[in-house]
Design a protein around this ligand. Sequence first.
Ligand code: NAD
Length: 433
Amino acid sequence: MNLRSGRRQFLQAIAATTVASGTACQNRIDPTPSSSGGASSSGGASSSGGASSSGGASSSGGASSSRGGAGGTDGSASGTASQTTAGTSGSGGSGQPRLTSPLGVALLGLGKYASERLAPALQLTKHCRLKGIVTGTPSKIPTWQAQYGIEEKNVYSYDTMDALLDNPDIHVVYIVTPNHLHAQFAIAAARAKKHVWCEKPMAMTPEQCQSMIDACAENGVKLCIGYRLQHEPNTQTVIGYASARPFGAPQQVDALSGFNGFGPSDADVWRLKKIPGGGSLFDMGVYCINAARHALGEEPIRVSRARQWTERPNLFAEVDEWTEFELEFPSGAVASCRSSFGENIDSLNITCASGSYKLEPFQGYTGVRGAASDGTQFNQTIENQQARQMDDDALAIIEGRDVLVPGQEGQRDVRILLAVQQSAQTGQPVRLA
Ligand code: NAD
């Protein structure tokens, strides 16, 4: 798939729908064809992490109790608004029935982002609805059921999620766990023939990303990465400037992303641990990387000047509190990036041959805004970023279009994240193939 044409197709379709009013844009990122294929804080309640990933799933035609209790899911329609209709296209999956709006979404991983942002946003969406949950923490279930009216038959544990295969209420599983679990749960959801939405960063390695891309392709479902900002209109204006070039060629990007967080009571939080994919680079630096690539409209060829450090070694024994690095691009442009868990920073500046523009904040949940050196204001507003993102992705699935942020996009950033780590460890620049 060509991401440039996919993005253009996506944005044209969005412009023609009722969902978006963002500035249409396209960028010059033109990746190799089919390389095969968000501020936070603590939280960190742990639960079991064992994904079930059966190879294709059991399909009992009868009741399939999702968490071993009462209720049960059967393969027949249950009369909800999110039912499928007969047809052959529009689901994004070969041979799968056409889907109608609204899609049913199951959130997997009921932590801070799912409970404070995604579930509330799903009350605002037009084309998708919160219909199910997948959790390793049974004590959360009654609260979620009561708050969002989630039926017993739409409640799953990580060990029972292969039974999603038999559940026509659920069309999408949205993975919102710590980063090291994204791949296994995404693959399990794809094998249950559910479209997969997955939070950033997509996974821990490019190989994991590839296995997610492959699993979704093999099972005829779409994979969307939760880069909410690519759906945000002022960000889309800046992305559009990469090709429109109103101030000449972009030469320098400065991207800062971080928050001052964590204290002694957070010692067990996964964001401070290496294996789950913690650290400021993976959590916040990924915004800098994604923004730099799209603000310039090209792919970096080298990482240099990378360094990682902490000023609180007792707390940051395993992961970086700060990371700084530069990305070098084929045009000669350079992106200087910094991520942090120790300071509040949130800005994106682009300096061009004959002017400049910026977004500040550039990655906040609300209020993304900015201005250009000629006085142009980037001040479009939307009700809710996550609702926009999920409606965009749902509509693309329903209409059988390319999604705005497919798995290949997340994979590119993960490859760069690892190169930054390598460069910081060796003190040497790292070439990106
Ligand atoms: P969190 O710690 O608040 O929630 C994580 C959830 O995963 C919890 O419900 C926890 O019980 C569950 N979990 C399952 N297995 C676990 C394990 N082995 N260890 C710990 N928890 C486990 O985290 P969060 O802030 O909600 O972040 C979740 C994901 O969402 C991350 O990938 C993060 O990068 C992403 N996120 C994205 C944005 C954005 O703006 N796009 C913002 C915040 C978080």
